[in-house]
Design a binder for this molecule. Structure first.
Ligand code: GLC
Length: 422
């Protein structure tokens, strides 16, 4: 969805006036039946357990478009557009000063959460968000097709490419003309930065910028990783992936039209829906290693509940955040949308275990997940990521090659950094 200035102005002026006793809190909720039923559950609880009302606001689906939208809202200092929203794992250092300090109202909740997820929202010792769910990149594969061709889940990207090509070509010859070897989200947006990090880090090419802020991307392994990915386009991956976000990749895979897919854990539960053509035919594995010497590198993702510092209804917003942090709420979020809870206790819930036995294996993936360089690059991360996804997109679409792209990216990142990250 594109947000015009007009739409933003309309939102700002239509804001309800809050009263002291019964406030109206505006919370972000996406579109689509499953997310709506999650939001309806939250609304029913909030309105039953507090005197307040809850209203929903639609936000753009992609992380970077949503961040731009929020930054426009923050710039107007509007207090009546949105109170509570989901914040990407990479944002706390970027929008810190627009976030309500939740320290005194939520610090008692800390022991219930995965420590790394909790710590990610602590900026200069102040708690600025409460984790909703954790994400890490995964490779999905068609277990039925791998078995049919007597193949095991691949360890390296090269094995994956070989297998994907073999199965794709044989199946196409047998009549499945629309089958692809691999799909992923390759549009020029935040999701591609996640893919690029996995590719490069799994080849031993680093994380673009290391923990002390040094730019590391200009190295042969990073170039090699991007070149390898470019060679997949039109061979095992359709050119269309250059315009895909997560949901487009999932649509192709879930329709039975790809052997492999890079995506986030949510895609698994949806692929096992009764109406899914690939129900019972999907396996998950770590994102492959770059080569025998490479390592598994899953990009760390995830979302947190945060409160707009300009809110006129801070107490009610905090009450809402506390409901969003409850085990039952996080359980619903998993049962409906397949997102892995950020609370550790939810994993022991019998219904959660029955529906997501694979969740236990994911804990290992989360522990080893690689963060994007949002902490060292501070408020400049959005520009850094923009440069990364554009450089990657240029290589994938054949406008550049790995060596040139990493050299140019190095120059661009140095220009953004200036004397130091700030
Ligand atoms: C997922 C991740 C988030 C990431 C986004 C990119 O939602 O949880 O961290 O930024 O994908 O598309």
């Amino acid at each position: 969805m594109k947000w015009s200035k007009l739409a933003l102005a309309a939102l700002i002026t239509s804001g309800a006036v809050a009263t002291a006793q019964a406030d109206t809190v505006k919370m972000e909720c996406g579109s689509g039946a499953t997310v709506r039923s999650f939001c309806d559950y939250v609304k029913a609880r909030f309105e039953a357990e507090t005197p307040h009302k809850l209203e929903f606001i639609d936000m753009p689906a992609s992380s970077d478009e949503k961040l731009s939208m929020l930054q426009q809202i923050f710039a107007t200092r509007a207090s009546n557009v949105i109170d509570v929203f989901a914040m990407d794992v990479i944002w706390p250092g970027v929008i810190d000063r627009h976030l309500l300090d939740l320290t005194d109202s939520v610090k008692d909740l800390e022991p219930a959460f995965f420590p790394s997820a909790w710590q990610n929202n602590v900026v200069n010792g102040r708690i600025k968000g409460v984790p909703s769910f954790i994400d890490a990149g995964l490779m999905f594969y068609r277990s039925d097709l791998l078995a049919k061709y007597d193949e095991k889940p691949p360890e390296t990207w090269a094995e994956l490419a070989r297998m994907a090509e073999r199965i794709q070509n044989a199946e196409r010859e047998a009549g499945h003309r629309t089958l692809h070897g691999l799909v992923f989200h390759g549009k020029a947006y935040e999701g591609l930065t996640c893919v690029a990090l996995e590719l490069i880090a799994s080849h031993g090419g680093g994380k673009f910028v290391d923990a002390d802020g040094t730019i590391t991307v200009n190295n042969p392994r990073a170039a090699e990783a991007l070149d390898a990915a470019a060679s997949w386009i039109e061979k095992i991956a359709p050119r269309g992936v250059l315009g895909y976000q997560e949901e487009e990749a999932r649509a192709v895979f879930q329709n039975g039209d790809s052997v492999f897919m890079r995506n986030w854990p949510y895609a698994y539960l949806l692929s096992q829906d009764d109406k899914s053509p690939v129900k019972g035919k999907v396996g998950i594995m770590p994102v492959p290693r770059g080569g025998e010497a490479g390592q598994h590198a899953a990009t760390l993702g995830g979302w947190q509940w945060a409160v707009n510092v300009n809110t006129k209804v801070p107490e009610a917003s905090i009450e809402l955040v506390r409901i969003l942090a409850e085990p039952e709420t996080q359980k619903r979020n998993f049962m409906l949308m397949g997102v892995p809870p950020a609370r550790t206790d939810v994993y022991q819930d019998p219904e959660v275990q029955a529906k997501g036995p694979y969740l236990n294996d994911l804990k290992v993936v989360f522990d080893a997940a690689v963060p994007r360089p949002s902490t060292p690059t501070r408020s400049q991360y959005p520009r850094v990521s923009n440069a990364i996804w554009n450089a990657t997109h240029d290589v994938l679409s054949g406008r550049s090659d790995g060596a040139r792209a990493v050299a140019e990216l190095d120059t661009r990142l140095a220009r953004i950094k200036g004397k130091d990250w700030r």
